[in-house]
Design a protein around this ligand. Structure first.
Ligand SMILES: Cc1ncc(COP(=O)(O)O)c(C=O)c1O
Length: 391
């Protein structure tokens, strides 16, 4: 049985939860607070098309994230596609296989070839050394992912981009308000995408944004998510409907007010997990340390089957049997999807770290509504499964 050096392994199997415990629970404001935010929308009878709530949320997010420009979108995927289009990427773009499908699908939707780069075993983000070797004549950009809120090596990627004239986009769906030494990560690269999906710490149910520093992008991004319409008489480019509605923006404004309380609650849950799971043989907790702020979105652990005494899949199945629904983010790797695995860069031999991590990763339930008792029981279940219980 797997145990910590302090010998915390339970002597008997913990009892299953009577109600399911899911990997996350969306942050919701009180209905009353949401109603207050909805009232001006009803008053103005203005539901979408860059209304007052949309403008207010953009301004508040720009202040909150410490960035000069924020463009809201209907979702993060659309924001990513828009960034790729407006930055004029062509040919191939280097990215990570260890991500949510949307990252790589955005490239293929724009007619770009994804080139998969292996990941760093510590941060699980794109490996800057391999990245450098992958840049070829067709490469026009890098799409990095700050997975689980762990920042990519933005300095190394920035230097490479400057030397090889590449555009850099970051998928920061997991890294809302992440800072390095106080510096906002959302100012890195040419554009940073944020997802405000219900599963994210800050959410608008569905929604997303791009943050950027170049003021010239503002007009282009506006046109790209508004059908290319400049005025009643002018459609100046092609574009889609990528706008965030007033209702979603109002939910975002109410959730921004509720964010500090949720962060505090998640900090408590994080501490509890760290206490319950640290020092376990064969289990590594993937949480950024100083000087990076914790984005408090996931509770990822890596399970080394041999040292832990059980495979990741055995722990996943065992937790399910006890009514705990962890998730294997991200398995399968994007490079193994049927429509990408023919690519030369998808060869598993060139992506050894990503393949190892995909077999070890498990995201445990994480949100501010978990009680100390629930977290302690989940930790005991994990310890129990690391031995006789999972055998
Ligand atoms: C890493 C990553 N990229 C992109 C997305 C897509 O964002 P959205 O669901 O807002 O389109 C997600 C969503 O879960 C994600 O986790």
């Amino acid at each position: 049985m797997s145990r910590s050096s302090s010998g915390r392994a339970p002597a008997v199997a913990p009892l299953p939860f009577s109600q399911p415990i899911y990997v996350t629970r969306p942050l919701l404001p009180s209905l009353e607070d949401f109603g207050t935010r909805l009232a001006p929308i009803w008053g103005a009878a203005w539901l979408t098309n860059f209304g007052q709530q949309h403008r207010t949320l953009e301004q508040r997010l720009a202040r909150h994230l410490d960035v000069p420009h924020v463009a809201l979108y209907a979702n993060g995927t659309m924001a990513l596609i828009s960034a790729l289009r407006v930055l004029g990427l062509r040919g191939s773009v280097i990215t990570t296989p260890f991500t949510f499908p949307a990252t790589v699908h955005a490239l293929s939707m724009c007619g770009l070839e994804p080139v998969f780069c292996d990941i760093d075993p510590v941060t699980l983000t794109i490996d800057p050394a391999q990245l450098q070797q992958l840049v070829g004549p067709q490469t026009t950009g890098v799409l990095g992912v700050h997975v689980f809120g762990q920042p990519c090596d933005v300095d190394a990627i920035g230097r490479l981009a400057a030397a090889r004239d590449l555009k850099v986009i970051y998928d920061a769906a997991h890294a809302f308000d992440t800072r390095i030494d106080g510096r906002s990560l959302a100012t890195s690269g040419d554009c940073t995408m944020l997802s405000f999906h219900a599963t994210k710490l800050f959410n608008t149910a569905e929604g997303g944004a791009l943050t950027f520093t170049d003021p010239a992008l503002e007009r282009e991004l506006y046109l790209d998510r508004n059908f290319g319409i400049l005025s009643e008489d002018e459609v100046v480019t092609s574009g889609v409907n990528g706008k965030l509605s007033e209702l979603h923006a109002a939910l975002g404004l109410a959730n921004l007010d509720a964010l500090d309380d949720e962060r505090r609650a998640r900090e408590r849950v994080r501490e509890r997990y760290l206490h319950g799971l640290s020092d376990l043989d064969g289990l590594r907790i993937v949480v950024p340390g100083k000087p990076v702020t914790d984005s408090l979105q996931y509770m990822p652990v890596l399970i080394d089957a041999e040292a832990f005494g059980a495979t990741r899949d055995a722990v996943y199945d065992g937790l399910r049997a006890m009514n705990v629904f962890a998730r294997k983010y991200f398995r399968p790797l994007c490079s193994d999807y049927p429509h990408y695995r023919h690519l030369p860069s998808a060869d598993a031999q060139a992506l050894p770290v990503a393949h190892m991590i995909a077999e070890q990763i498990l995201c445990l339930p994480f949100h501010g509504g978990l009680t100390d008792g629930e977290v302690d029981t989940i930790c005991q279940m994990v310890c129990w499964l690391g031995g006789a219980g999972a055998a």
